[in-house]
Write a protein that binds this ligand. Structure first.
Ligand code: URA
Length: 441
């Protein structure tokens, strides 16, 4: 019988748990032997007193072993990579980077999450494509990734189930923002899938879980250490999430933006394109597909300009139940009842767009979920026509709000909130572009 009371008291009093205590805790949790109030008490003690690097790795391994292991590296024919973002506002990079990497010869079997709060989730974005199924079994996902190069699936009760149990309680007890708990949550799922190489995109800033570069580095360091101790090549890129990524925030809008980037990269938002280029080239180098940055860039350029990358995305969409051509995907994406312009109230240059506020507005519009049970409006969201650094005149359209008729009464509030989230400064004030890549570990 697991001594839950002693386990909680030890963490409350600042002691470290042994590997075997953590393994017993996770086993008891997964069997349903620990009441939620005791797990919640331990989570708060862990949130306040922290976990050492050794405890974090031991917790991660125990969570990985709470379910089945896919063993992607052994079962997929070809080099395997798992790419994961810690979550941000407008972050559709997985939809772009995955097919480009497949076109360059990698296999990606990825378990992705749903959006929660202001950060969007890849699964919600994919499910905004009518017909798209994300609930594949691990066996189906392995088969599909072997056939066409990629599969993106939702978290399954079979894979790292302890994470699902802990995450739901963390979300209800204000214990999400703990570096060791986030590291264990993300890495347990990555290890359960078992790719050869893991590439992490750790987001920092107002639109992310990690508020600062320093916190981002700590989280990245913990996850890399877990990778090292479990024998998986793990690299992390720390990237800016203080301003929304790309032009669109909202599920269908972001799918459209991702497809358009693959078809017409020259017209894409430059920060989104820079980030995707960096992630792809870095992934090609750490997996050994390319030896140099120039070679990696050449492979990416060929994959996109030949249409192979767009084809890889289409094959995955179609294999998982979506339409059989990209024009058909674009034409079946849901459209909002109302598309309302937001105008600049002054002239000057856009110095900043507050990702946190934009994320909150899009959440209110129905693009995100406040609780795991909230339903989504796939068509809802925000589309920027002017970006960070653009020069605007009073009265110019800077963005469009996409929302349903049910929300008409909120339009004035959202317009005011949008204006407050966009800082327009006189054009003679110095402006420098904000780098999207902050560090690579
Ligand atoms: N993503 C996860 O999978 N887990 C966390 O704890 C935070 C982000």
């Amino acid at each position: 019988m697991f001594d839950a009371l002693g386990f909680i008291a030890a963490k409350r009093d600042g002691y470290s748990h042994s590997t075997s205590e953590l393994a017993q805790f996770v086993m008891a949790l997964t069997r349903g032997d620990i009441p939620d109030y005791q797990t919640s008490a331990w989570l708060m003690a862990a949130r306040l007193n922290g976990l050492t690097a050794e405890e974090t790795t031991a917790l991660t391994i125990a969570m990985r072993d709470s379910g089945v292991l896919v063993r992607a590296a052994e079962r997929l024919a070809g080099p395997t990579l798992d790419k994961h973002s810690t979550g941000g506002v407008g972050d559709k990079t997985t939809l772009i980077v995955t097919p480009i990497l497949v076109a360059c010869g990698l296999k990606l079997l990825k378990m992705s999450g749903r959006g929660l709060g202001i950060t969007g989730g890849t699964i919600d974005k994919l499910e905004s494509i009518p017909g798209f199924r994300t609930a594949l079994t691990p066996e189906q996902a392995v088969h599909q990734a072997n056939e066409i190069g990629s599969a993106i699936i939702s978290t399954s009760p079979d894979l790292a189930p302890a994470d699902g149990l802990l995450y739901a309680l963390r979300n209800a007890t204000a214990t999400v923002d703990s570096i060791p708990l986030i590291a264990a949550s993300i890495m347990s799922k990555k290890l359960a899938v078992g790719a050869q190489t893991i590439l992490l995109d750790v987001k920092v800033g107002g639109g992310a879980f990690m508020p600062s570069l320093d916190a981002g580095r700590q989280l990245a360091g913990r996850m890399i250490e877990i990778g090292r101790q479990t024998g998986i090549t793990t690299s992390a890129v720390i990237t800016d999430m203080d301003i929304p990524l790309g032009r669109c925030v909202g599920n269908s809008l972001e799918v459209r933006e991702a497809i358009e980037l693959l078809l017409h990269p020259e017209a894409a938002d430059h920060r989104l394109l820079n980030l995707c280029t960096y992630l792809v080239t870095h992934a090609l180098i750490i997996t050994g597909i390319a030896k140099t940055q120039d070679e990696a860039l050449q492979k990416m350029t060929n994959a996109v300009s030949s249409g192979t990358a767009a084809g890889a995305l289409l094959r995955m969409i179609h294999a998982q139940g979506g339409p059989d051509s990209l024009p058909a995907v674009l034409s079946t994406l849901r459209q909002a009842d109302v598309v309302q312009p937001v105008m600049a109230d002054t002239s000057g240059r856009i110095h900043h767009i507050d990702a946190n506020r934009v994320g909150q507005i899009s959440l209110d519009m129905g693009a995100g979920r406040r609780t795991k049970q909230s339903s989504l409006d796939y068509a809802a969201g925000i589309e920027f026509v002017c970006g960070h650094g653009s020069t605007v005149h009073a009265g110019d359209i800077i963005a469009y709000l996409h929302y349903s008729n049910d929300h008409k009464e909120n339009a004035t509030t959202w317009t005011a909130q949008m204006r407050a989230s966009i800082s327009i400064q006189p054009s003679n004030i110095n402006w420098t572009d904000r780098p999207v890549i902050l560090d690579t570990l």
